[in-house]
Design a binder for this molecule. Structure first.
Ligand SMILES: Cc1ncc(COP(=O)(O)O)c(C=O)c1O
Length: 429
């Protein structure tokens, strides 16, 4: 962000910002007018709320998650006939949840937070002690690595396959830690399970279930629960593939799955309301910490989202957003095919905000690399892939990848930015 300010002509393909044009300005104006125009809601909305969050928003959130998990979500929303398609999917639930799983979605278990980032922070802080190990995808969301590092915890990277973490690597890592007597330092596995930041990979439901079972298997040796922290920040930004059920739909999820989601990315990042479903007794502990942080997320913003959800404006907004990201992603990969050297590798994104690209040898992409410096000279910025890897002593950090975002740049900026990056790559080769 600072670099972008220092270089006014810079095209930033780095930030995880969302698309400006599709922000729901009119909808938000209408919603605020309704809230402040109604004698029933206007004063309540301008008053403090409760630590756990507005009861109606908690209920709407729980119901929505349950529907997503029992129906396969919004499916191919990019081509969907707006809300009617979603309503039909919800009515014709294809995957009725078991009674036990249905209870996992009780609104009593939902916590509303100031962005999902706050919840990721609180959960990690509550569960881990200095010196503890958090298992993370390799690579992972680099801001989360900041939370881990700043508390004196250690990230241990689990390799990624096309459908999520490599289960045999997870098992091998847990087994090695067990043999060394270090399993007691492991409290959780953190997965960004939908259109992952940074790679775009989505974890299959089968893998979530298998990972959960594996963590449970190692609990006896650990001597405490090992949680699965599922970060679903990009779940509703999928545009070219069906939704996948969350780990909440798995057997035993009520005891071991912590699910975090957000209304930031799919509605408005400026509104910044997140949510989570947590097992007891963790929920009570996190609530106490949230009481110390802010004793409740902004009530006005929660009321705004309540109305957006209850009036279906939220639901109607999603397909527009998904169509827009589908187009921007296509613009980006088309430009990459046109301007990048042929041996740069990437996978077409089917959701989220990012393309993850691997440079050919001998190009390095790190903060101190020639590529990064020349890209800056050409007024274009990307996220060096090395920043997304935990400081894990068991492997060398790859430094030949870049995260390129199609979120906030306009289509014209995407085309120009990729052309500049392509020219930089060609110069170096
Ligand atoms: C993977 C992931 N999780 C969580 C967040 C936090 O989002 P928010 O705090 O706006 O809900 C982000 C934001 O970029 C993200 O990329």
């Amino acid at each position: 962000m600072q670099l972008a300010l220092d270089h006014p002509h810079l095209i930033s393909l780095a930030a995880g910002f969302t698309d400006d044009e599709s922000l729901p300005v009119e909808e938000t104006r209408e919603l605020l007018n309704e809230i402040l125009g109604s004698p029933r809601s206007r004063r309540a909305a301008l008053q403090y709320g409760t630590t756990a969050g507005d009861p109606q928003l908690r209920r709407l959130t729980a119901d929505r998650l349950k529907k997503l998990d029992s129906t396969g979500g919004t499916g191919l929303s990019a081509s969907a006939d707006d809300f009617s398609q979603h309503a039909r999917l919800v009515r014709n639930a294809r995957r009725p949840l078991s009674v036990a799983a249905a209870e996992n979605y009780s609104s009593e278990r939902v916590l509303i937070t100031s962005g999902s980032q706050q919840l990721l922070y609180m959960v990690t802080e509550c569960l881990c002690d200095p010196g503890d190990i958090v298992l993370v995808e390799d690579p992972t969301y680099f801001v989360y690595l900041g939370i881990v590092q700043s508390h004196g915890f250690y990230g241990r990277g689990i390799r990624l396959a096309a459908d999520g973490i490599d289960l045999s690597h997870l098992e091998q890592t847990l087994e090695t830690l067990r043999r060394r007597g270090e399993l007691k330092r492991v409290k959780m596995l953190y997965l960004v399970s939908y259109s992952q930041n940074p790679t775009g990979i989505t974890t299959s439901f089968v893998k979530k279930v298998a990972a959960l079972a594996m963590l449970r298997r190692f609990e006896r040796a650990a001597g405490h629960p090992i949680y699965l922290l599922e970060d679903a920040a990009y779940r509703e930004l999928r545009f070219a593939s069906d939704d996948v059920p969350s780990a909440l739909a798995a057997e035993g999820a009520d005891e071991r799955v912590i699910y975090t989601g957000t209304y930031s990315k799919p509605f408005a990042t400026g509104v910044r309301v997140g949510f989570g479903i947590l097992p007891e007794p963790l929920l009570t502990i996190v609530l106490r910490v949230k009481a110390n942080h802010d004793f409740g997320t902004s009530n006005l913003l929660q009321q705004l989202l309540c109305r957006a959800l209850a009036s279906c404006r939220y639901e109607r907004h999603l397909p527009k957003l998904q169509r827009r990201y589908a187009r921007k992603a296509a613009t980006m990969t088309r430009a990459m095919r046109e301007h990048f050297p042929a041996d740069v590798r990437w996978q077409e994104p089917d959701g989220g905000l990012y393309v993850w690209a691997r440079c050919p040898k001998p190009v390095r992409s790190g903060v101190n690399s020639r590529l990064f410096r020349s890209a800056l000279k050409h007024d274009v910025l990307y996220v060096p892939g090395e920043l997304c890897y935990a400081d894990d002593p068991t492997r060398r950090k790859p430094s030949d990848e870049m995260r390129i975002s199609f979120g906030s740049a306009t289509e014209a900026e995407i085309r120009t930015g990729i052309a500049r990056l392509g020219a930089t790559l060609r110069e170096l080769l």
